[in-house]
Write a protein that binds this ligand. Structure first.
Ligand code: 13P
Length: 244
């Protein structure tokens, strides 16, 4: 895994306030000391922290992403919503879209496709999440589900340069469970065959222990990390172990 740039994307979900940002001092000094390492670090905090985090990491290679956006890049009467151009204007370079936690709240392939298209128009890079549920896995429907999510989510998108795909099995998120290495290898290969040239991350219960196994899966381009990214020591440990 060490010959290419490895992505470490921290998805903080609904976590963090201004004080929490102090815990990133360790990560910032780690990044500064390890400039020769081939990794890209992207923090996706809640929207409330994008702007202060941008200031905090401005002298580093750390980039910032958002966790979701509205499907239209224009302003509108959408109380509580934020669109891709607004995220871009405060410093986001990436946006996570299609996360299963939002799919479970009713987001569907059509809305996700609109969000991806509007985010590309706004100049954001996309971290597009796909993954099967446990019952779909048991019914051996994983590839069928991923195919549908990819085909619908990426409809009418010709330029895939700004796209990173995150394979996050729904049953692996927050559960402490991960697929077998061979399963991840096969699914990542399957995704890369469907979306030529795309980088593919693995996400779902990545932690300081299982990273020793996950880092050996050589077609994976990095990791989308939830819980373990909220603790800077754990996050740094995951990065260090990936390169050891
Ligand atoms: P956990 O790492 O907490 O399982 O979350 C994964 C995830 O949903 C990242 O987007």
């Amino acid at each position: 895994m060490t010959n290419k740039y490895i992505y470490f994307v921290a998805n903080w979900k609904m976590f963090g306030n201004l004080r929490t940002l102090n815990s990133l001092n360790k990560v910032i000094s780690f990044v500064k000391k390890n400039k020769q390492r081939k990794f890209r670090l992207i923090y996706c905090p809640p929207a409330t922290l994008i702007d202060p985090l941008k200031d905090k990491v401005k002298s580093t290679s750390i980039q910032i992403g958002a966790q979701n956006c509205h499907e239209s890049e224009n302003y509108g009467a959408n109380t509580g919503q934020i669109n891709s151009s607004m995220l871009k204007s405060v410093g986001a370079k990436y946006v996570i879209l299609g996360h299963s936690e939002n799919r479970q709240l009713g987001e569907n392939d059509i809305t996700i496709n609109k969000k991806i298209r509007s985010s590309i128009k706004s100049g954001l890079n996309i971290i597009f999440c796909i993954g099967e549920s446990l019952s779909q896995k048991r019914k051996k429907m994983t590839k069928k589900v991923l195919s549908r999510q990819i085909i619908s989510g990426l409809k009418k998108i010709r330029n895939k340069d700004k796209l990173i795909i995150a394979y996050e099995p729904v049953w692996a998120i927050g559960s402490g469970l991960i697929p077998k290495e061979i399963e991840i290898l096969e699914i990542v290969k399957f995704i890369k065959n469907k979306v030529k040239g795309a980088k593919v991350l693995y996400g779902g219960s990545v932690n300081t222990k299982n990273i020793n196994v996950l880092k050996k899966i050589n077609n994976v381009d990095g990791f989308l990390i939830g819980g373990a990214s909220q603790n800077s020591n754990n996050f740094i440990d995951i990065i260090k172990k990936t390169f050891n």
